[in-house]
Structures are given as C-alpha cells and as structure tokens.
Design a binder for this molecule. Structure first.
Ligand code: THU
Length: 136
C-alpha cells in the first residue's frame, strides 16, 4: 500500500467507527483523495425509515463537495468481511459524477486484501456530466 492509500485507509477506518448501523450492523467507511489534495471521509448512516439511510461513499462525497473540491482522484472503501466491499449501484453513479479518467476505487473488507478498480470497470459505458455537455 502506498503512503496515500495508507492515509485513505486510516481515514476510512477512523470514520467507520462512527457508522450508524443499528439495522444492518455492517459499518462502512469511505475516504476520498480529492483534487485539492485533501482527504474527505464518511460513514454509512442508517435510519429507522430504511430507505432514508445513506452510504459511506455518499457521506464522503458530501463532505468533499461541501469543502469546495471538485474531483475524486482516489476513493477507498472498507466494510466487513473478507471480500472487497464495493460501492452499490447508486454510489457508483455518485462517484462517476466527480471521477476523472484516472480515478481509482480501492475496496476491501476488514479481513481481506484491497482490490483496485477503474471507474470504467465498476461502471462501464457510463452516463456522466460529459454526456450532457456533448449534446448542448
Ligand atoms: N453500504 C455502504 O455504505 N457502502 C457500500 O459500499 C456498500 C453498502 C451500507 C449501506 C447499508 O447501511 C449497509 O452498508 C448494508 O447494506
């Protein structure tokens, strides 16, 4: 693991400790290296009205956008178990909104090995901001 990925891992683990997961008992932490050089982290926040819960990736993206950063260079996601915990479909699209051609998504379970993906691997032939620009 390089130094930046280690810093993302540390941030994701730290925020994951605060995940509000009384229903799934599946805490997730996400940490983003943004284009401003800073790291933004978020955890999943569940709700008694189940659909109102939010994923760790969505929380981290909100923190990034609220701070004024525009692009995701790298995002690290950690959840439970051995297999890599990969973003849900909705979060793949949320990440896509702020992705570049270089964006890397690194996923792991706390008991497993991190696995790295490109944006196109986890969301092939995606629709994004450029798709709208192209027809303006
Ligand atoms: N979850 C995330 O926060 N991120 C993922 O990448 C996968 C799933 C959350 C949603 C829910 O709070 C719990 O994990 C179980 O699905």
């Amino acid at each position: 693991m390089d130094a930046v990925t280690q810093a993302l891992y540390d941030a994701a683990q730290k925020v994951r400790k605060h995940a509000h997961v009384p229903y799934s008992e599946f805490p997730v932490g996400a940490a983003i290296l943004a284009d401003d050089g800073n790291i933004y982290a978020g955890c999943n926040v569940e709700n008694a009205a189940y659909p109102q819960g939010s994923c760790a990736e969505a929380s981290a993206i909100s923190a990034m956008v609220g701070a004024g950063a525009k692009k995701i260079h790298r995002i690290f996601v950690i959840g439970k178990g051995v297999d890599p915990v990969t973003p849900c479909g909705g979060c793949r699209q949320r990440i896509r909104e702020f992705a570049t051609s270089e964006t890397t998504i690194i996923c792991t379970g706390e008991d497993g090995e991190p696995k790295s993906y490109t944006m196109n691997e986890i969301l092939p032939d995606s629709f994004g901001p450029e798709s709208l620009e192209a027809v303006k």
